[in-house]
Design a protein around this ligand. Structure first.
Ligand code: UDP
Ligand code: MG
Length: 336
């Protein structure tokens, strides 16, 4: 983690995994925005174990622009961890995580800065429309947010927000205190609280390349979100058990009554089967839920580092001159 904080510096934090087609366009568009700000800036790129020319392009950019720093991870860790590594290396008094695929318009940074200057600690970007996403993705996303609002309680996640947001040092420090392995960033961002506001934008389709998300990964992310954010499913199993217990007790009373008063012969193989199978499956589901939590406890107790660094090439935000890469790389930093 960095220990020097620059008090008039903006850190743009951009994770990149196999993004050779977009990096250049992202860099140029972001630079045009940064030029207009009355604030010094750095761009922290995270190379999340890319197998294409991403790192090569980043190193080339860095040679020409000393505001760039590159955090090169030892393998692919996933966006959540990559972003965390980038935020750990951000030196600014404000940081803005942003996707390099230009789905988060860099122009919004200006609006975020305006809100930040008004005294907000966190300015998150809310999507107005989701261009280039089909109805299935839109509906499932909507359902997920609704579910999270119902079970999430006080630290509810604002709807239609991603990781694209501005955080000041106070919020960033609070965020960095949470070192859990299972990272559902949107949840962690809303756990910290502070003075928050939002700016609205239209989400564009990907500039180039393909998304690394498929429905299976999104499903897993949703499970991650729910289990790392709330223990409500564990309670749900209890209450459902109670409900079924009450129902079956009433059924038992009714059956006894029927047998005693009407002398009904005991029949009911189908209903018996249904009840047994139903309860069996509910028990398995409940066990599975417990297993999800147990597995997470197991992973957290190992206390492994969140990521490993292959290399760090630090930025030098105060000088715009090209700087020598070899003197500027910090090969020793392999912490957290
Ligand atoms: N990303 C990453 N590691 C991964 C997957 C994605 O660093 O394992 C980065 C990716 O390069 C991009 C951002 O995270 O900058 C968002 O990824 P993507 O566009 O695939 O996700 P989507 O926008 O579809 O949610
Ligand atoms: Mg994207």
């Amino acid at each position: 983690m960095n220990n020097t904080v620059d008090f008039e510096l903006l850190s743009i934090v951009a994770p990149a995994f196999n993004e050779e087609d977009v990096i250049q366009a992202f860099y140029e568009r972001t630079c045009r925005v940064l030029e207009k700000l009355d604030l010094a800036s750095e761009i922290v790129f995270i190379n999340d174990g890319s197998t294409d020319r991403t790192l090569e392009i980043l190193l080339k950019l860095k040679k020409e622009d000393s505001r760039i720093s590159i955090v090169d991870l030892s393998r692919n860790f996933g966006k959540e961890i990559a972003l965390t590594a980038g935020l750990d290396h951000a030196k600014g008094c404000v940081a803005i995580p942003i996707d390099v695929d230009l789905q988060d318009p860099p122009e919004l940074i200006q609006d975020m800065i305006v809100e930040w200057r008004k005294g907000y600690d966190v300015v998150y970007a809310t999507r107005n429309q989701r261009h280039g996403e089909n109805w299935l993705k839109k509906t499932t996303a909507q359902l997920f947010y609704r579910l999270m609002r119902v079970i999430g309680g006080r630290a509810a996640i604002p709807e239609n927000t991603g990781d694209f947001r501005l955080m000041n040092r106070k919020a960033l420090d609070a965020f960095q205190k949470m070192r859990e392995r299972h990272r559902f960033l949107k949840g962690l961002f809303s756990v910290i609280g502070f003075k928050q506001t939002s700016v609205v934008y239209d989400r564009d389709p990907r500039f180039a390349g393909t998304t690394k998300w498929n429905y299976w990964r999104l499903w897993n992310l949703s499970i991650e979100g729910i289990t790392s954010f709330t223990t409500a499913p564990l309670k749900a199993a209890t209450y459902f058990g109670l409900l079924v217990a009450v129902l079956s007790l009433s059924l038992a009373v009714w059956t006894i009554y029927k047998t005693v008063v009407y002398g009904d012969p005991v029949a009911g193989y189908p209903s018996l089967m249904t009840a047994v199978l139903f309860l069996g499956s509910i028990q398995l589901i409940a066990l599975g839920i417990i297993g999800e939590y147990l597995g997470r406890i197991f992973n957290e107790t190992k206390q492994r580092p969140l990521y490993y660094l292959q290399d760090v090439f630090e930025s030098n935000p105060n000088s715009r001159e090209p700087i020598n890469l070899s003197t500027n790389s910090d090969r020793l930093d392999r912490s957290s």
